[in-house]
Design a protein around this ligand. Structure first.
Ligand SMILES: Cc1cc2nc3c(=O)[nH]c(=O)nc-3n(C[C@H](O)[C@H](O)[C@H](O)COP(=O)(O)OP(=O)(O)OC[C@H]3O[C@@H](n4cnc5c(N)ncnc54)[C@H](O)[C@@H]3O)c2cc1C
Length: 405
């Protein structure tokens, strides 16, 4: 029987693992990717879905369309349990046996046990979440004539980007806007002392100043401790009205990861070593948002970002193919790339390490990154199928030479 490799998750990490594995292992190995959703989505652009500038479909590619021509089987189903001892996983419809498993299941919204938060707020993790937010915003702006209080819970990248989108949407709607007397107000609440935790100080100060100047009320250093229909309560007991609360802060591991009988870090993220497999199971690899990577000198301080997930997915694929050939596994060493945060049409923030720049061009650059990502994933199946059919192309790759097209 041929070796079976199963990948769970068709996001950034899982897809990269699938394409890398396919190009390195050929047809003798069966590769199956399982995802509960039928699409790969460019998640970093969903803020624009929330304002209705774009639709979900414009940032999605059907997984079947990409995987089938590349020779990867696609199963659309939710994985509900994994039994590492017997190398078997269970979906809603079937059981799948594997020789190697790659987990790339991402993360979920974390409500930190705040009473009422799950019930009375809008999640913001997926294109569907963003569509629901957009539909409700349109309804409120068109139908509700009374004052509107739009509240964002969490001032990281997501909160800042959605604040920018709300500004654009409200201006386009023709409704009066502003904290003092406008009929629509935006409030952004962040538990830390400044917005954009983890960004260089200059970028954090800039985001706060810019949003305040646009009329957004920023509340930092306070947590939301309770949510009710129509209001939120802050740490100091202060109550604020809310017509719509969007939960843009906090992520946690999914229930699938919670239930895995394998080592985790103190928060509950699945632990992997720097070869990207579980320290307790050298056939179970995991990448992207769902993992904490243990380096030789302790945990690697990684933000949960798409390009880290992609790099890890590629390395997991390389290491599985090396393991199959009896070769030593490679170590993961993170590479750091620029981070782009849009703040609506007219502004964006670019950072790389301590370098900080801002301008409307960042928004255009982010759009270019989105297009390049989607285009490259549309052409990957073709390249992958050529590399399997044309002898010699593999040799080019193994020698590290650039393909002549
Ligand atoms: C609003 C927002 C904005 C962001 N902006 C940026 C940005 O500007 N730049 C950046 O680098 N990163 C950004 N990120 C982070 C980036 O999107 C993530 O780091 C990246 O998506 C992680 O990739 P992943 O493969 O680990 O998981 P994901 O891309 O989340 O993919 C997980 C996949 O697993 C599937 N899945 C989950 N559970 C199951 C199950 N039980 N059974 C079957 N399938 C399952 C899901 O359907 C999904 O397709 C942003 C994230 C969000 C939410």
């Amino acid at each position: 029987m041929s070796t079976a490799i199963v990948i769970v998750g068709g996001g950034f990490g899982g897809l990269e693992a699938a394409f890398t594995l396919k190009s390195l292992t050929g047809d003798a190995i069966t590769i199956t990717l399982v995802d509960r959703d039928g699409f790969h989505s460019f998640i970093p652009s969903i803020h624009e879905v929330s304002s209705g500038k774009i639709t979900s479909r414009s940032i999605q590619i059907p997984l079947e369309t990409m995987l089938s021509p590349a020779g990867v089987q696609f199963v659309r189903d939710a994985v509900i349990a994994i039994d590492p001892a017997n190398r078997r996983l269970t979906t809603a419809a079937q059981a799948l046996d594997y020789d190697y498993l790659v987990l790339a299941t991402g993360a979920e919204n974390h409500f930190f046990g705040v009473p009422g938060a799950e019930e009375y707020s809008f999640r913001f993790r997926t294109p569907d979440d963003a569509e629901r937010i957009h539909a409700n915003l349109v309804r409120l702006l068109e139908e509700e004539q009374k004052d509107l209080h739009l509240v964002l819970a969490g001032g990281g990248t997501e909160g800042v980007e959605v604040a920018g989108e709300l500004l654009d949407l409200i201006r386009d709607s023709g409704r009066e806007f502003g904290p003092d007397g406008g009929s629509v107000a935006i409030t952004l609440v962040e538990a830390q002392q400044q917005l954009l935790p983890g960004f260089p100080p200059e970028a954090r100060a800039f985001a706060e100043k810019y949003l305040r100047e646009q009329g957004v009320t920023i509340i930092t250093g306070q947590r939301i401790t309770a949510v009710q229909k129509g209001s939120i309560v802050l740490t100091a007991g202060r109550e604020l009205p809310q017509s719509m609360l969007i939960w843009t802060g906090g992520i946690k591991p999914s229930r699938l990861i919670d239930g895995l009988p394998l080592p985790k870090d103190p928060v509950g993220w699945l632990l992997v070593n720097d070869r990207l497999h579980s320290p307790a199971d050298d056939r179970l690899y995991a990448v992207g948002d769902c993992v904490a990577v243990q380096g030789p000198n302790g945990p690697l301080p990684l933000q949960r970002l798409a390009y880290h997930a992609q790099d890890q997915g590629a390395l997991a694929g390389i290491n599985i193919s090396r393991d199959l050939r009896g070769r030593a596994l490679m170590r993961y060493a993170p590479k750091y790339k620029p981070q782009l945060v849009s703040i609506g049409r007219g502004m964006g923030i670019y950072t790389q390490g301590d370098v900080f720049k801002a301008g409307a061009w960042v928004d255009a650059l982010k759009k270019a990154v989105e297009r390049k990502h989607l285009m490259s994933y549309l052409t990957r199946p073709l390249l992958s199928s050529i590399s399997r059919k044309v002898p010699g192309i593999d040799l080019f790759k193994r020698l590290g030479l650039k393909l002549p097209f």
